[in-house]
Write a protein that binds this ligand. Structure first.
Ligand SMILES: NC(=O)c1ccc[n+]([C@@H]2O[C@H](COP(=O)([O-])OP(=O)(O)OC[C@H]3O[C@@H](n4cnc5c(N)ncnc54)[C@H](O)[C@@H]3O)[C@@H](O)[C@H]2O)c1
Length: 255
């Protein structure tokens, strides 16, 4: 018996990157999964590969009506008990170069999309006796970087909304937590033009001195989706190589 047997999950942005690895980890542990993404071709290919445990649904997370279709697809598959709000975009500009259009694009996918997802799954999770919502924030939802006013703002908002949802939904058996990845080797991180070794260079002063892999974050999300996390809600779970602990300093004693 898998750790998620009997549960159905929706994973947004599930067609590639961290979302794809989350879908694979969930299916491996017995879940049925709705792969919800705007990327139809890779999403359908992944669903075909995984067989009857997975279906692809076209979902733009900004669209409340499409959310209803994704929830319906999950209810058709089985007992909807897990939502991973993973879909996001990152745009880097200074505050002065961030147009209103760019700001709203980032916020509407990363923040509004997460809100609409939590709202859409609540009635089914409540009817099913509970569930787990995992909102993928970022290390940029714990601290800040120059050039990321829209992205970091949206990821701090995801972290805050997670706590509100945990408080409102807890009495219905629904746990809500945020996951905070550090630098993870996906397309968002420049995987298409950077080798792993090149990516590792940026993280050589971290406690874990390398870039992270999407399957490493998926394992944290998997834990939160299972009943093993039964007393965890409203919390932040980091998978960032110890980045927020600090950086190793040349010139100070070290092992
Ligand atoms: N890669 C990193 O270094 C890193 C670090 C911290 C946090 N994160 C977060 O991890 C999550 C996954 O990122 P990733 O690195 O796998 O990125 P990615 O770009 O590889 O994948 C993002 C996925 O989201 C989908 N998506 C984008 N807009 C969408 C929309 N409007 N509706 C539905 N789906 C949409 C994309 O099609 C894609 O499948 C994101 O929330 C991201 O902010 C990533």
């Amino acid at each position: 018996m898998g750790r998620l047997t009997g549960k159905t999950a929706i994973v947004t942005g599930g067609a590639k990157g961290m979302g794809e690895q989350t879908v694979r980890a969930f299916v491996e542990q017995g879940a049925k999964v709705v792969i919800a993404d705007i990327l139809q071709q890779p999403g359908e290919a992944l669903a075909d590969e995984l067989g009857e445990q997975a279906v692809f649904v076209n979902l733009d997370v900004r669209d409340a009506a499409q959310w209803q279709q994704a929830v319906q697809a999950a209810n058709d598959l089985g007992s909807l008990q897990v939502l991973v709000n993973n879909a996001a975009i990152m745009e880097a500009q200074t505050i002065m170069d961030t147009t209103e259009e760019l700001f709203m694009r980032v916020v509407s996918i990363n923040q509004l999309g997460t809100f609409l997802g939590m709202q859409a799954v609540f009635p089914s999770m409540k009817a099913n006796g509970g569930g787990s919502i995992i909102n993928i924030s970022s290390i940029d939802g714990l601290q800040a970087k120059n050039g990321l006013v829209a992205y970091a703002g949206s990821k701090w908002a995801v972290r805050g909304m997670t706590k509100v949802a945990a408080l409102e939904m807890g009495k219905y058996g629904i746990r809500v937590n945020s996951v905070h990845p550090g630098g993870i080797y996906t397309d968002m991180h420049g995987k298409d033009f950077m080798t792993v070794e090149q990516a590792n260079e940026s993280y050589k002063d971290l406690a874990i001195p390398r870039v992270g892999l999407p399957q490493e974050v998926a394992q944290v999300t998997l834990f939160l989706a299972t009943d093993e996390a039964s007393y965890c809600s409203g919390s932040e779970f980091k998978a960032e190589g110890g980045w927020s602990a600090g950086l190793r300093m040349a010139g100070l004693p070290d092992l």
